[in-house]
Design a protein around this ligand. Structure first.
Ligand SMILES: Nc1ncnc2c1ncn2[C@@H]1O[C@H](COP(=O)(O)OP(=O)(O)OP(=O)(O)O)[C@@H](O)[C@H]1O
Ligand SMILES: [Mg+2]
Length: 236
């Protein structure tokens, strides 16, 4: 079974540790929710895991392969793809070119196959292949951002606030895809401002506050004892 093992990871932002000695394991086919207030360090964790932010201390291993402090493309090739906060697509490029651009590192034929698979998952994108990404709705752009991660055929996806600013219908659509991916064996780190959605879908829940995990356990426990979450939000 594939896993990502994060061990005592620290990430510095400015003069403070945004991620402070954090340990967490992601497993294939599991949805791991990560909740916590603004500034808790969730996005910093994602960016460090993806190799975009430098690691101050600790390690990240994917199936025993050390990937911490490696280049983003090496980490992506090792099976970990991030969907960063704020659906960053290349606004001036077509949907198709956005997906092809995300296939870098693959042979052209493999990239085309991976892009075709994304169109299978999101027919909404297939219908808009030639449309400039920046002219699509927020929901369609978020589908494209997730599609860009999927082109890498990742074993693990880090989804950072995918539902931010989107309509409930689109959120439901995106979460449906996330659940399906997990059922097919992809491990998911799900960061969500809508905590009730994340807790409904997740196999395991974690609460982060000031760079540290303050709770790890069954999602049902956070539903039954909302005070645990409230305390984390007040502590920040
Ligand atoms: N570009 C930056 N430069 C310096 N410090 C930053 C930067 N971005 C974030 N920080 C700081 O790092 C800490 C963690 O922020 P981060 O964005 O990782 O939190 P978050 O949990 O993702 O919050 P949110 O829920 O608002 O997305 C905060 O103290 C924040 O002020
Ligand atoms: Mg964030």
């Amino acid at each position: 079974m594939s896993r990502v093992v994060i061990n005592n990871l620290s990430v510095r932002r400015g003069n403070k540790l945004a991620v402070d000695n954090l340990s967490l394991t992601l497993e294939a086919g599991k949805i791991t929710a990560l909740l916590g207030p603004n500034g808790a360090g969730k996005s910093s964790l994602v960016l460090a895991l993806a190799g975009v932010l430098p690691v101050e201390g600790g390690t990240v291993e994917i199936d025993g392969q050390l990937v911490s402090a490696k280049a983003p493309e090496v980490i992506r090739a090792a099976g970990l793809a991030a969907v960063p906060e704020g659906h960053r697509v290349l606004a001036g490029l077509s949907v198709h070119d956005n997906l092809l651009a995300a296939g870098f590192g693959h042979k052209a034929s493999v990239a085309e196959e991976a892009v075709a698979d994304v169109y299978g998952i999101f027919p909404e994108l297939a219908e808009r292949k030639a449309q400039k990404a920046g002219s699509m709705s927020g929901g369609q752009q978020q589908m494209l951002a997730l599609g860009q991660a999927l082109v890498a055929r990742p074993k693990f996806i880090l989804a950072d606030e995918m539902s931010l600013g989107l309509s409930p219908l689109i959120v439901k659509r995106l979460m449906g895809v996330v659940v399906k991916l997990a059922e097919q064996g992809t491990g998911i780190l799900l960061i969500e401002q809508f905590t009730h959605i994340a807790l409904k879908l997740a196999d395991e829940a974690n609460v982060m506050s000031r760079g540290r995990l303050t709770f790890s356990g069954a999602p049902g426990k956070l539903i039954d004892e909302p005070d645990i979450l409230h305390r984390a939000y007040l502590a920040q």
